[in-house]
Design a protein. Structure first.
Length: 716
């Protein structure tokens, strides 16, 4: 597969191996130390373990120590812009005791990297991090043992400094990792357990490191799947249905086939027009005469909430406690409200793209995907070939947010490459991206809750339709509670949704936190209390109290019951093991209903922070993206037709919309690193809704809070 190697050059000095020929990799690993470590990927979630435990699983974490002392990490995760190609090497460098600049990384290559389910759920550091740390710690211990044997010194007399094993009593006696690994392939396992470094000894973890992808991305040199251009590649334009649920009855491709240089593939449900130039393929596709059956869907974005309540499956309890009837009997005030949220698109900068090539019976696919290993399996099944005949390579991915967990474009490219015998490029148009998106589902959330005379929450009854239960668990102290779910983001039972749905940055949690934290604010107003004081009165969770108090201190919160006319709001949430509290200030134009976000303060307790600057970037990105689903983003549709197919009607946050953002990351050295890619987005909807209420005294219960809905709430 040397041709694939030539397509993507390794940027000198950036320490990021994007792709590598398997033959070259075997040569590389034949001249160094290959550490094979079988560890439990779930280790380290409760807190920093004193030792790197090894479990009898079939999940391998690989580290290669080259003869030159350079370290190569091989991980199944991919770089989506979240920065793990920087933070994962920090973990390895810390435990190995080598400079960060000496660590390279190969990501998302199914031939070279250990199997991984995918990059999603803020799991890269939280779940895979302990695995990589354990492997690096074991590698360090093995290298020290080898040095002890060669130097004829006890292990206890040796220490590691910048990749060199040195005698504590005689510093002249030393051996570098490169010398220890030179010229031989060694597979050695450590007897016992490798001890992980204590937080107090960190010199690389916990310190900000420049992003390794920064220079390439800001200069336009970064390569994405759509940039891969094998010699002789054909561009594919694929026949698409006019609406969801429409079935292809017939397709007349004669006119397209008559165009010089065009190839037409009609393989079952796949009809594609291919040409060396994409614009020529598109013109030829327009000549195809296709007939479809009509879509059976009669649901619109205006009727969807009524539809969901009718067709959703039976309620499934996900959390209960106490006795609701007894709780309601003790309540002095009962508050009931229904909250709504529409469908939201992922709208990544990079549309779904893939390039496939067949060579010597093996299919290689470069794909913008969050799930290279599942995609490999899907391609093998689609082509009816053995999985080892498929290789998926993931270059940079231009945004995913969960939407590139499904990778239909990779399967399409592979099928067309197999059918034509040529390399094939499939790059979706923006219209295709919107049409085939796995939308964040619309949701209906009904909450009924009560307060006693002491202004304590005594019961909480929550029914969630469409969003699942992520983010719905109560961290408030409520003795009598029930949460029940009717359908979630990861399933579409009985055609509940008129098109595909799927994970969207913190799937389900955005809707659930919006509903819960809005309802908490409604109850605070009923109680005549400041919303922060009301939360603290009903909070016994120490972590949540800590982040809320930290946010209030940074914000300069002055207690006052809402609506105060100030336009300030607060919301709390927890996601991916991280606790978050957000405060915001808004201005509302009462004539137009337009909301301007002035300032946002976000505090997080996310355990040990690997790369502080990277964590701040994720928080800022979450808040900025959250402005979209909160204020503008909503997919409009009718009878299976998606009406928003580009950014002319589907509005994303602009730079002019971004407020002043301040972040606070709490020091939590006793808690293992937790997720950072999603927590700060879950509170955005609620904090802005609460700030709008504080500004104008109007409660908006449907997202997004468009000017029309804000004006309607003010009239109500």
């Amino acid at each position: 597969m040397s041709r694939g190697k030539d397509l993507m050059e390794v940027p000198e000095g950036w320490g990021f191996v994007k792709t590598m020929d398997r033959r070259d990799f075997l040569k590389l690993t034949g001249s160094g130390l290959l550490v094979v470590c079988s560890v439990d990927p779930l280790l380290g979630q409760a807190g920093p373990a004193p030792t790197a435990q090894r479990a009898a699983t079939d999940i391998n974490s690989f580290l290669h120590i080259g003869a030159d002392g350079r370290v190569t990490c091989l991980v199944g995760k991919v770089e989506l812009g979240q920065g793990v190609m920087t933070s994962l090497p920090q973990l390895a460098a810390e435990e190995l005791g080598v400079p960060l600049s000496a660590v390279d990384i190969v990501m998302g290559d199914t031939d070279l990297c250990p199997m991984d389910r995918g990059t999603f759920g803020s799991l890269s550091i939280r779940m895979f991090g302990p695995t990589l740390r354990a492997a690096a710690a074991e590698a360090r211990a093995v290298l020290v043992q080898m040095a002890a044997e060669r130097l004829r010194l006890p292990v206890t007399d040796l220490e590691v400094r910048d990749g060199v094993v040195i005698s504590k009593t005689d510093p002249s006696k030393r051996m570098g990792y490169g010398a220890l690994a030179a010229g031989k392939r060694i597979e050695r396992r450590l007897d016992g357990q490798a001890v992980l470094k204590q937080v107090s000894a960190f010199t690389i973890m916990g310190r900000s490191a420049p992003r390794r992808d920064a220079l390439e991305k800001v200069t336009g040199k970064a390569k994405y799947a759509g940039d891969i251009a094998p010699s002789g590649a054909l561009h594919a334009c694929i026949l698409r249905p006019p609406s969801h649920g429409a079935k292809l009855l017939r397709a007349d491709t004669a006119a397209a086939e008559a165009v010089p240089g065009v190839r037409v593939v009609h393989d079952g449900d796949l009809v594609a027009v291919l040409h060396a130039h994409r614009d020529e393929a598109a013109r030829a596709l327009a000549l195809v005469k296709a007939t479809y059956s009509p879509s059976p869907s009669r649901v619109t974005h205006e009727t969807i909430f009524e539809h969901l309540q009718k067709v959703a499956p039976e309620a499934r309890p996900t959390g209960t406690g106490g006795n609701l009837a007894a709780g309601e009997k003790s309540a002095a005030q009962v508050v009931e409200q229904t909250y709504l949220k529409g469908y939201v698109a992922h709208a990544p900068i990079e549309t779904h793209s893939a390039v496939a090539m067949v060579e010597n019976g093996k299919v290689t696919v470069w794909a913008g995907t969050q799930t290279p290993f599942p995609l490999k399996t899907q391609i093998a099944r689609a082509l009816n070939i053995a999985p080892e005949k498929v290789r998926v390579i993931t270059p940079y991915v231009g945004g995913g947010f969960g939407g590139k967990s499904a990778s239909m474009q990779g399967i399409e490219a592979a099928r067309l490459a197999m059918a034509t015998g040529k390399p094939v490029r499939v790059v979706w148009s923006r219209e295709e991206e919107f049409f085939f998106d796995t939308f964040d589902p619309a949701a209906v959330i009904k909450i009924r809750a009560g307060l006693d005379a002491a202004k304590k929450i005594v019961f909480w009854d929550n029914t969630i339709i469409g969003a699942g239960d992520r983010g719905s668990a109560l961290f408030y102290e409520v003795p009598n509670h029930r949460t029940a779910v009717r359908g979630g983001w990861n399933a579409n039972p009985a055609g509940m949704h008129p098109f595909a749905i799927g994970p969207w940055r913190a799937p389900g949690a955005n809707a659930n936190v919006f509903a819960r934290e809005s309802h908490i604010d409604v109850m605070a107003a009923k109680a005549g209390m400041d919303p922060v004081e009301f939360r603290l009165r009903n909070l016994t969770d120490a972590r949540m109290r800590r982040v809320l108090e930290a946010a209030a201190k940074q914000f300069g919160w002055t207690p006052k019951p809402a609506p105060s006319g100030r336009g300030v709001g607060v919301a709390c949430g927890d996601d991916a093991g991280t606790y978050v509290a957000t405060m915001a200030e808004v201005k509302v134009d009462k004539a137009t209903g337009k909301v301007q976000v002035v300032r946002v303060v976000c505090a997080q307790d996310m355990g040990i922070v690997v790369n502080p600057e990277g964590a701040v970037q994720q928080m800022e990105g979450c808040i900025t993206m959250g402005l979209g689903y909160t204020l503008a983003e909503e997919v409009r549709f009718k009878d299976g037709v998606v009406l928003d197919t580009n950014f002319g009607t589907y509005e994303l946050p602009r730079f002019s919309d971004v407020p002043r953002i301040e972040t606070v990351i709490l020091d939590s050295p006793d808690l293992a690193p937790q997720g950072g890619g999603e927590p700060a987005i879950v509170t955005t909807g609620a904090v802005l809704a609460n700030a709008v209420f504080d500004a104008v005294g109007a409660r908006v219960v449907q997202l997004p809070m468009t000017p029309t809905r804000v004006k309607s709430a003010m009239k109500g």
